[in-house]
Design a binder for this molecule. Structure first.
Ligand code: NOJ
Length: 536
């Protein structure tokens, strides 16, 4: 049974991308003081926790997922004192704080990697990373961002980097690496954080023989096909690491959590990360990847609930994050369209109106499900992807490393709009913004939505309040008998119904509508691409 302080089981957790949330000092880059100032708004929205993407010392070759010092804040984002203040302020507002932990790789500017490069082949300094000899790259592995996963050093050795060349993979068979991360966990736990989102949680252990793998490395670009895991992902050895971490977390009260970023399937394998003595949650990427089709969504909801239920864990739901095209744009393409690694000028463009309509319906459907849900900053505004960002301003390493075949993730990372008529739409005090904001941001700005009936902000706020009132996060799903393109389930006394079909759908007689992602038609029926919550 869940313990009484198992707050994460039904939590709505809001992802803050620090670069792009709020800029207090006006340098065009979001920062921790900016976040702290805006926390009351998030409280009003009705979330339970925030997860912050990395704000540690970093040369920012992968937007902070290249950490040079895990125990300090990058001056771009503030100071350790600012982090303490943020954590304390969040707690004062009743919000939990989850921070990102990046254990698969360090930055090439981390002291350990600098020492490794300064030391000769075969030295103890090199053993903390994965160095190999040879005239050719040690194997055929490809970087997730494109190109070989091996980089040659000046003395002829190669080092492994599953991501950018500036992100050397750590050797998790080395006891110093293990000890270091236990210490980093304690460092942040002692500062009061409520948990960690574990980056590339399925990647830490590599197959001992570094066996060749000729298929592309599809993490972040779609899930691996069902079959034996590739030699760099989802190896059995990762689990003992998380069991050890769990014992550290269990020494703290109130409960702290680990959430896995693991691109693993089928879901039974993902569920192994959330067994009772490992992590608490794993992101449900199969749900995020499901097309806007009722049968597919029903299947992934069922398989998610079954897989996590089998190990006693809570299920999570997510539609957007900083690595994928925002769902308000993704859903503006025909339902069968596959995953897009970014969108830019010259690419097919989404239907913005359709995308927003479906995104609102998708979010209301998601928030009606039992379990925990993750939101990505800006989705509560209905924010679309910036799909016409100039290629010259792109910063995602995937754009260069893919030889300009993948636009990458900058389009979902553009600083968000707070005030329609202010410089940088209220992101900061001046005009600066590390990525340019499109003119359409004005119509999505928060100040145009607060108190406006039918706005996306008010829809999310009402949904989160009703979700709490009816305890939907702790509920149980029972499918309703439906016909055609309607997906409908009961969660306690609430009916959640989404109409995917062309014909308007009837609600059961006597149903009292609580919330609707768009107005119902004149006969009280549910139009196409609309979700309704009703008391039945
Ligand atoms: C997953 C993160 O979400 C992504 O942004 C990053 O590029 C890779 N891990 C590498 O750390």
């Amino acid at each position: 049974m869940p313990s009484t302080d198992a707050w994460w089981r039904d939590a709505v957790i809001y992802q803050i991308y620090p670069r792009s949330f709020a800029d207090a000092n006006g340098d065009g880059m979001g920062d921790l003081p900016g976040i702290t100032t805006r926390l009351p708004r998030l409280r009003e929205l009705g979330i339970d926790a925030v997860w912050l993407s990395p704000f540690y010392v970093s040369p920012q070759h992968d937007a902070g997922y290249d950490v040079a010092d895990y125990r300090d804040v990058d001056p771009r984002f503030g100071s350790l004192g600012d982090a303490d203040k943020l954590i304390a302020t969040a707690h004062d507002h009743g919000l939990k704080v989850i921070v990102d932990l990046v254990p698969n790789h360090t930055s090439s500017e981390h002291a350990w990697f600098r020492a490794a490069l300064a030391a000769p082949p075969g030295s103890p300094e090199r053993e903390r990373y994965i160095f190999r000899d040879g005239a050719e790259p040690p194997n055929s592995w490809q970087s997730v961002f494109g190109g070989s996963a091996w980089q040659r050093t000046d003395d002829g050795q190669w080092y492994l980097h599953l991501f950018d060349v500036s992100q050397p993979d750590l050797n998790w068979d080395h006891p110093e690496v293990r000890a270091e991360f236990l210490d980093i966990l304690r460092f942040w736990l002692d500062r009061g954080v409520d948990g960690f989102r574990v980056d590339v949680a399925h990647g830490l252990i590599k197959d001992a023989d570094l066996t060749d793998w000729t298929q592309p490395s599809v993490v972040l670009g779609g899930l691996d096909p069902v079959g034996p895991p590739p030699p760099m992902w989802d190896q059995e050895g990762v689990h003992e690491i998380y069991r050890e971490w769990r014992t550290v977390l269990d020494g703290y009260s109130p409960a702290r959590i680990l959430v896995a970023e693991a691109w693993v399937q089928p879901e039974e394998r993902l569920a192994r990360y959330v067994r009772p003595d490992e992590m608490h949650q794993a992101f449900n990427f199969p749900y995020l990847e499901a097309p806007w089709l009722p049968a597919e969504l029903r299947a992934v909801i069922d398989s998610s609930l079954a897989a996590t239920g089998a190990v006693g864990a809570t299920t999570t739901w997510v539609l957007s994050n900083h690595d994928v095209v925002r769902h308000a744009s993704r859903l503006g393409f025909p339902a069968e369209t596959g995953r897009k690694p970014g969108i830019g000028i010259g690419d097919p463009q989404p239907d913005t109106g359709l995308g927003l309509r479906r995104a609102r319906a998708a979010s209301l459907l998601m928030l009606g499900l039992p379990g925990s849900a993750y939101l990505y900053q800006g989705e509560e505004l209905g924010l679309p992807e910036h799909t016409t960002l100039a290629d010259e301003v792109r910063e995602d390493p995937a754009w260069e490393r893919s030889g300009h075949t993948e636009r990458g993730r900058d389009g979902c990372r553009v600083p968000i709009p707070w005030e329609a008529d202010a410089p940088s739409y209220g992101f900061g005090p001046g005009d600066d913004s590390w990525l340019p904001q499109p003119a359409i941001w004005a119509e999505y700005a928060l100040d145009r939505q607060i108190g406006v009936a039918g706005s996306t902000w008010e829809l999310y706020r009402s949904a989160l309040a009703a979700r709490r009132e009816h305890d939907l996060g702790n509920g149980a799903l029972v499918w309703s008998a439906t016909e055609g393109d309607v997906l409908a389930f009961r969660n306690g006394e609430i009916l959640v119904l989404t109409n995917f079909g062309q014909e308007a759908a009837e609600l059961p007689s006597g149903a009292r509508v609580l919330l609707s992602s768009e107005p119902l038609d004149g006969d009280g029926r549910v139009p196409t691409d609309v979700t309704v919550w009703a008391a039945v």
